[in-house]
Design a protein around this ligand. Structure first.
Ligand code: 13P
Length: 139
């Protein structure tokens, strides 16, 4: 599965801890991230991660483009609900595309726990059916 990891600044420590705790599961998948989040997780875990631009510089939109091409299977996006973001339109657009394409999106630790365990149990196998039907450019 292709998985994206994103966190706003006040939530980066949480996502780094989460990725470290579930490193074994994440290591079975192909990881993508916005710039700074990806760097932080790579430093902490050594996991291979394809890093896009930083969020305010277009990283959210790059991940959105993957969703639109059916190349993204799940997203962990720890948003900061208490701080205004200069790129709020990009954040909204990313969340919207998840809804357009029914992509599982965890925006906080509580949902993230469910999503990562579900992922490991194979609850996202329906995504493979879409891939097999040739509806994506890559796996
Ligand atoms: O701003 C972000 C998501 O909206 C995250 O970007 P960084 O990972 O580069 O901090």
């Amino acid at each position: 599965m292709n998985i994206a990891l994103i966190a706003h600044d006040n939530k980066k420590n949480d996502l780094v801890q989460f990725a470290t705790a579930y490193q074994t599961i994440f290591s079975k998948h192909t990881l993508f991230a916005t710039g700074t989040t990806g760097m932080r997780i790579q430093e902490a875990t050594g996991l291979p991660i394809t890093r896009f631009q930083s969020g305010p510089l277009g990283g959210d939109q790059e991940i959105g483009a993957m969703i639109a091409k059916n190349n993204m299977d799940a997203i962990f996006f720890f948003r900061d609900p208490l701080t205004a973001q200069p790129h709020e339109p990009d954040v909204t657009a990313l969340v919207r595309l998840c809804d357009v394409y029914s992509i599982p999106l965890a925006t906080n630790m509580g949902t993230a726990e469910l999503l990562i365990r579900g992922l490991d149990e194979g609850f996202l196998e329906w995504r493979n059916i879409l891939h097999k039907n040739g509806k994506s450019d890559e796996r």
